[in-house]
Ligand binder design. Structure first.
Ligand SMILES: [Zn+2]
Length: 722
C-alpha cells in the first residue's frame, strides 16, 4: 500500500525559507560547489567518489530479473510464497555481503479468506463473479493461484439486505442520504474508491458507525478505469474486472497486530481478545470490480443521486431503496499466523551504533508489480551495490540497517511489530528511516521528508540523473510544477517546498515517525496507474506501462542508496532545524486560518517557534563554519550528532494524541482517511472546538519547542564562537 500519491498535497509554503537561505547561505560561497550538506570539503570529495562508484553498480537488467522473482507468483502476507521470498531475500543478502542477516517472526491475528459470495436476489438474479478475467496478452493473469475478491480484516457473516449507494462512504455522504430519508441501518452500502482519496478502512468504520450490515467497495471507471484512458492490456488503467483488494483495518487508531497494540507480537507476548481490539473492524466488507457493481447500480430505485455522485458507468446512479436485495456471505480464517521481517545490515566503521534504517514491504495483494515489488527489486539492487562497496573497502561510517517488512498491506503490521520491539534501541541509535513502498509506476518523482531533512533530500536529487537526461532535481521541479498547474495551485515550486513535508500514514514509515520519533524520508516515482491492488498489477503491466526499461527502478536504487550514504557518512548530520521551525509556523497558520481563535491564545507557541528557528539558524551557521574549517574533532562530532538525533525524539508526547495514545508525535499524524494531519492533537481539538484540550495541546507543543530550542542552544555553545 502506498497512498503517497493520493495523500499528496501541494504545500502552500511561505517564502520564509527562501529569504533565510538568502540571508544565511548554507555554505560560504567558496564551498558551495564542492561540499555536500553535512560534509567537510575533504569528506565531500571522498563521499562523491563513493557515490559515483555506488551509482555505477545497479543495472536495469538486474532490476528486471529481481522484479520477476518477486512477481512470479502471488505472495500475500502469511502465504507460503511470501515466506519463501523472505528466505530468498535472506539468502541473497548473505551472498551480497550484508551482515547479521536474520528473519524475525511475529505471530499475529490472521485474516485470510475461506470463501466469499455475493448474489443479487431481487429484482433479478445476478451472481457476482468476484474474479478477474484473464488477459491474453498477460500470461500471469491466467495463474490459478490468483485470489478472488476479499478485504483483509473483514468479519465473517451471512446477510441478506437491501443495497444503498453511499457514494464515497464519507460521513457527509450519509448526511445526504439522511436528508433524502434514507438510513442504512441493517442494510448493505455500496461505495466507491474515490477522489479525493479516502482509505477504505475509514469507509468501513463510517459504515459500521452508521449501523450498516456490510460494505461493498467498487472501482468506478471514473476513478481508475476507462474514463481516465486506455485500460490494461492496451493502457495503464484498470479494466472491467479489476478488483482493488485491500485491508479495512482501523490502523489509523493503532497499527500493527490488533491483539498487541503498542507492544511486539513476539512469542509469549500478552494478547488481548479480538473483541477488545480497537483496530479490528466489526463489519463485513468486500471489494468489487465495476463489472460486478454495475448490475446492482443499474437496478437501484430511490432518488436520483446528485451530479457529483454520478460515476463513469453509462447508467443513472440512484441512491437505492428496497428494490435491490443481495445475499452476501463471507467466511474468514482468523487463526494466528506468523509474519516474517528480514533484517540485514552493513556495519558502520566508525559509528556502528548510529543507524540509518531502510525498508520496503514484501507482501502483495497478488503479484504486486508496482506495490510493492518495484520497491523490493530496487531494494535488492541497492543491497547488492552496498555489499559490493563494502567488499571494496568503502564501508559507511554509520550502520545501515535494511528491512523487508511483512503484512504491510494488512495493517502496517511487520514494520509496526519490529518498531515496537526495538523502540528503545531505535530511540538511542537511529538517525533516520528511509521508506520505499511502490518504487515506480511512472516517471514522476515524489519525495517526502520531515521538514528537517527536506533540504538534504532536495540537494541529493541534484546528483542523480533522470532518464530524461536532466538531473533528477530538474525533472522533479518540472513534474512538480506541471502537477501544480493541473491542480490549479498558484504556489511556485521552490527548493523549500519541493519535498512534501506533510506526512500522513499508509506505509511502513508510520511506526518510525509516530511511535519511535525518527525522522523519515519517503521516495516514489509515479504515473498513470489504474490496477492498484489488483491481479493486473504485475510483471506484464510494469514491462508494458510502468517502467519498460527498468530505468526508474535503477534510479530508485541509486537515489535510495545515495540518500542513505549521505546520512551514514556525514561528518555532521545534515538536519536543518530552521526549516523545521518555518514548517511548524506554516502548520500553525493553516490551523488557525479562517477560524475564530478567540478561545485559544497561541502567542506563546509562536514565540517558541521564533526562538526555535533562531536557534536552528545559529546552529546551522556554526556547523557550517565548523565544516568549512575542514576539521571536526570526533568527540565534538559525536556530541553534536547525538544531540541532533534527539530533536525528533523530543517531538514525542508519551501520552500520545488525545484518544490515540499510540500516535505520539505532536507535529505529525494522520487522519482516519490516512491523509496527513499536522499538529494532530492541537488540530483535532481546534476542529472540535474543544478549547480546554486545545489549550493543553498547545502547552505540550510549546514545551517541546522550548526543549528543542534549549537543546540546539546547548549544541551551539559546544561549538567555537566566531
Ligand atoms: Zn505497498
Amino acid at each position: 500500500m502506498s497512498l503517497l500519491r493520493e495523500s499528496m498535497t501541494i504545500r502552500n509554503r511561505t517564502i520564509t525559507l527562501v529569504l533565510l537561505s538568502f540571508l544565511f547561505p548554507p555554505f560560504p560561497l567558496a564551498q558551495a560547489q564542492t561540499s555536500i550538506l553535512g560534509f567537510t570539503a575533504a569528506s565531500s570529495a571522498r563521499e562523491t567518489q563513493i557515490e559515483s562508484k555506488f551509482k555505477s553498480i545497479p543495472r536495469p537488467l538486474e532490476e528486471r530479473r529481481q522484479h520477476r522473482v518477486f512477481t512470479a507468483e502471488p505472495h500475500v502476507a502469511g502465504s507460503k510464497r511470501n515466506n519463501e521470498l523472505a528466505e530468498y531475500i535472506a539468502a541473497e543478502w548473505r551472498k551480497q555481503g550484508l551482515e547479521d542477516v536474520i528473519i524475525r517472526r511475529y505471530d499475529v491475528y490472521g485474516t485470510n479468506p475461506k470463501s466469499a459470495s455475493l448474489e443479487m436476489i431481487a429484482p433479478t438474479h445476478y451472481q457476482a463473479t468476484l474474479r478477474e478475467a484473464a488477459l491474453n496478452a498477460d500470461p500471469d493473469s491466467k495463474n490459478p493461484a490468483i485470489s478472488g475478491a476479499w478485504s483483509g480484516m473483514s468479519i465473517s457473516g451471512d446477510v441478506t439486505a437491501p443495497v444503498i449507494y453511499a457514494h464515497s462512504g464519507n460521513p457527509e455522504d450519509y448526511d445526504l442520504l439522511r436528508k433524502n430519508g434514507i438510513t442504512v441501518k441493517g442494510k448493505i452500502v455500496l461505495v466507491r474508491y474515490s477522489n479525493p482519496y479516502s482509505y477504505r478502512g475509514f469507509k468501513a468504520l463510517t459504515a459500521q458507525r452508521e449501523g450498516a450490515a456490510a460494505i461493498l467497495i467498487y472501482s468506478d471507471p471514473a476513478e481508475d478505469g476507462y474514463k481516465k484512458g486506455n485500460v490494461d492490456p492496451e493502457g495503464p488503467w484498470g479494466p472491467e474486472y479489476h478488483i482493488q483488494r485491500g485491508a479495512i483495518t482501523y490502523d489509523f487508531i493503532v497499527p500493527g497486530d490488533p491483539l498487541t497494540p503498542g507492544w511486539a507480537s513476539v512469542p509469549g507476548a500478552k494478547r488481548i481478545p479480538i473483541e477488545q481490539a480497537e483496530s479490528a473492524p466489526k463489519i463485513m466488507a468486500l471489494p468489487l470490480s465495476w463489472h460486478d457493481a454495475k448490475p446492482l447500480l443499474e437496478n437501484m430505485d430511490g432518488p436520483l443521486a446528485p451530479q457529483d455522485w454520478q460515476g463513469g458507468l453509462p447508467i443513472q446512479y440512484h441512491l437505492g431503496g428496497e428494490r435491490v436485495k443481495v445475499h452476501l456471505k463471507i467466511e474468514m480464517d482468523n487463526g494466528p499466523q506468523p509474519y516474517y521481517v528480514v533484517e540485514g545490515r552493513i556495519r558502520g566503521t566508525e559509528l556502528p551504533d548510529q543507524w540509518v534504517v531502510l525498508g520496503n514491504h514484501r507482501d502483495a495483494w497478488v503479484f504486486g508489480g508496482v506495490d510493492p515489488s518495484s520497491g523490493t527489486a530496487s531494494m535488492m539492487e541497492l543491497t547488492r551495490a552496498l555489499g559490493q562497496l563494502a567488499r571494496e573497502g568503502m564501508r559507511p561510517r554509520r550502520t545501515l540497517v535494511v528491512c523487508s517488512w511483512d503484512g504491510e498491506e494488512v495493517g502496517l503490521t511487520g514494520s509496526t511489530e519490529w518498531g515496537e520491539q526495538f523502540a528503545d534501541e531505535l530511540r538511542r541509535k537511529a538517525v533516520a528511516y528511509i521508506n520505499v513502498d511502490e518504487a515506480t509506476s511512472g516517471p514522476n518523482f515524489h519525495g517526502e521528508a520531515v521538514a528537517s531533512l527536506s533540504p538534504m533530500l532536495v540537494e541529493t536529487t541534484r546528483s542523480l540523473r533522470h532518464p530524461s537526461g536532466k538531473s533528477l532535481y530538474e525533472a522533479w521541479k518540472e513534474s512538480s510544477a506541471r502537477e501544480r498547474r493541473e491542480s490549479k495551485i498558484a504556489t511556485e515550486v521552490t527548493d523549500a517546498n519541493l519535498a512534501d513535508t506533510r506526512i500522513g500514514s499508509g506505509s511502513d514509515h508510520t511506526v518510525f515517525l509516530n511511535f519511535v520519533g525518527m525522522p523519515v524520508i519517503g521516495l516514489q516515482f509515479d504515473g498513470d496507474y489504474g490496477v492498484y491492488h489488483s491481479a493486473y498489477d504485475d510483471f506484464y503491466w510494469m514491462n508494458r506501462f510502468g517502467d519498460p526499461g527498468y530505468r526508474y527502478h535503477t534510479l530508485m536504487s541509486q537515489l535510495w542508496g545515495v540518500t542513505a550514504l549521505r546520512l551514514a557518512n556525514a561528518d555532521l548530520l545534515p538536519f536543518d532545524f530552521a526549516s523545521y521551525a518555518s514548517n511548524v509556523r506554516q502548520f500553525i497558520e493553516e490551523l488557525t486560518k479562517g477560524k475564530d481563535m478567540n478561545h485559544l491564545d497561541l502567542t506563546g507557541v509562536q514565540k517558541e517557534i521564533d526562538a526555535f528557528e533562531a536557534a536552528g539558524m545559529r546552529l546551522s551557521e556554526s556547523l557550517n563554519r565548523k565544516l568549512a574549517s575542514g576539521k571536526v574533532e570526533p568527540k565534538l562530532a559525536f556530541t553534536l550528532n547525538h544531540g541532533m538525533m534527539q530533536v525528533e525524539r523530543n517531538w514525542l508526547n508519551p501520552d500520545g494524541i488525545p484518544s490515540r495514545p499510540w500516535f505520539k508525535h505532536i507535529l505529525y499524524g494522520a487522519r482516519f482517511t490516512y491523509a496527513h494531519l499536522e499538529l494532530p492533537g492541537l488540530t483535532e481539538a481546534v476542529e472540535n472546538e474543544d478549547w480546554p484540550v486545545a489549550k493543553q495541546q498547545a502547552e505540550i507543543l510549546q514545551r517541546a519547542l522550548a526543549t528543542n530550542t534549549k537543546l540546539l542552544n546547548e549544541l551551539n555553545s559546544a561549538l567555537p564562537n566566531p
